[in-house]
Design a protein around this ligand. Structure first.
Ligand code: COA
Length: 418
């Protein structure tokens, strides 16, 4: 197989910040022709946010917009809107994640887009879905984590709701949208008709927080959640509590200190007590006497003193680095992993080899690291390239649409494009 899976699919990327760009970047990696349509005055805001080099596109932008072309155009000017409508007539997908109502205000509501090109699929990310009382809100990552049930269930019981470091609201919504778009393409190829695919960030977070909705129902029926640290010695209220680093499934686990934790904030492993692997787990940590001891032999017997058990395992870990510990525990099939810092991830040779972390080149910046495709194919390997400069492909895209040199010059002179 030599052709990329999405070769020939034309995507208008009318997105900004992270949720929309993460989706369209994946489409671009898989071979779609993605044209990023940006404002003429600075483009996507992330080009300027959190810059580490003066006047150079920020990593925030470059890591979400690789493999795309950039068209900088004022779509609110009549000539700019005309360009946009031409693009729409020839595209398969348009993705947008503007504030609620912005597309309608630009005269590019779904009805109009569908009329211009009935085959086109519109992908749309908003903070909340249309039925929500908060559907008019502007939303960023942490707002979605708060509203989607992640924040209230993350952190420690004696601390406030906590935001995850992973972009559950932003990139995750983009991934959900990608699934919807590909589904709609399959149907469009059969019916010839496109549709609007909407993802709300609240819903995308909730979809990943589904085990907590499970726990809410168990809590209401039973009054307790046996796998949470609050059981059996603590108190439960009427809503799912924050469980710290508890396993959350049927397998208790915790973050445990390893050699060097006093000075290294990441000298920890995540240790899981797998019920069916209890005997080997005891052997691994030098506690064979626990195997048949009734105080230890079952999950139910262990739970009341689970933190004493973890403390004993930490004693075994005290003279082992996190890597040494995992190397021993893996031979006993204990589900575990070192807690990796971003520094370690950036340098990890295995992640480089698999293409999950890649070094790419960008014109002004030089080389930088970015994530590669987390999805691996047997028939093709995504080739990750740098992100485009603002308007780098404006003239090229206009020429593709049939504008001649004079017409393009006129658009530049009128500052409709840059
Ligand atoms: N030419 C002319 N105008 C353009 C343009 C272009 N190429 N591209 C965008 N604009 C306009 C929009 O039409 C809008 O105008 P309006 O306010 O007059 O309707 C304006 O630029 C700003 O749009 P937007 O980026 O949506 O507003 P914002 O910067 O105030 O809000 C968000 C940013 C992210 C909060 C908001 O877009 C949002 O809530 N999006 C939905 C959820 C989401 O995706 N959140 C981000 C997750 S990473």
């Amino acid at each position: 197989m030599s052709e990329k899976p999405l070769a020939g699919i034309k995507v208008i990327d009318f997105t900004g910040v992270q949720a929309g760009p993460a989706c369209t970047q994946l489409l671009a990696w898989f071979g779609a022709d993605v044209i990023k349509v940006e404002r003429t005055n600075g483009g996507d805001v992330t080009r300027r946010q959190l810059r580490d080099i003066p006047d150079v596109d920020a990593l925030y932008f470059t890591m979400l917009n690789s493999n795309k072309r950039s068209l900088a155009i004022n779509t609110k000017a009549p000539e700019g809107k005309e360009v946009m409508e031409k693009l729409i007539r020839g595209a398969d997908i348009l993705v947008e994640n503007f504030a609620p109502g912005a597309m309608d205000r630009m005269g590019l509501g779904w009805d109009h887009i569908h009329e211009l090109n009935p085959r086109l699929i519109l992908g749309s990310v908003k903070g909340f879905n249309e039925d929500s009382p908060w559907s008019d809100l502007k939303v960023y990552e942490n707002v979605a984590q708060a509203a989607g049930g992640a924040a209230s269930t993350t952190g420690f019981w004696d601390g406030p709701p906590t935001i995850s470091g992973a972009a559950l609201g932003d990139s995750n919504s983009g991934m959900h949208l990608m699934i919807g778009l590909l589904t709609a393409i399959i149907q469009r190829n059969a019916t010839g008709v496109g549709q609007k695919v909407s993802v709300s960030m609240q819903d995308a977070v909730l979809n990943l927080s589904r085990v907590k909705l499970r726990d809410q129902q168990r809590l209401e029926r039973l009054g307790y959640l046996e796998e949470y640290p609050q059981y059996p010695n603590g108190e439960f209220g009427d809503a799912v509590p924050r469980g710290g680093n508890a396993g959350g499934g049927g397998q208790p686990g915790w973050v445990l200190k390893c050699k060097g934790w006093e000075t290294d904030p990441n000298a920890y492993i995540y240790f899981t007590i797998q019920e069916q692997n209890w005997a080997r787990t005891c052997e691994a940590i030098g506690k064979p006497e626990w195997i048949d001891d009734p105080e230890y032999a079952t999950a139910r017997a262990r739970q009341p003193h689970i933190f004493d058990i973890f403390a004993d395992i930490e004693k075994w870990l005290a003279d082992k680095t996190k890597y040494e510990a995992v190397d021993i525990l893996r031979t006993y099939e204990v589900p575990c992993a070192p807690v990796l810092s971003m520094k370690e991830i950036a340098a990890d040779p295995a992640l480089r080899k698999s293409g999950s972390v890649v070094e790419v080149e960008q014109k002004d910046r030089g080389t930088y690291l970015t994530v590669g495709s987390p999805i691996k194919f047997s028939g093709f390997t995504p080739d990750i390239t740098g992100s485009p400069l603002l308007g780098e492909h404006t003239d090229e895209v206009l020429a593709d649409l049939g504008y001649d040199a004079d017409a393009i010059a006129k658009l530049h002179a009128g500052q409709v494009v840059v």
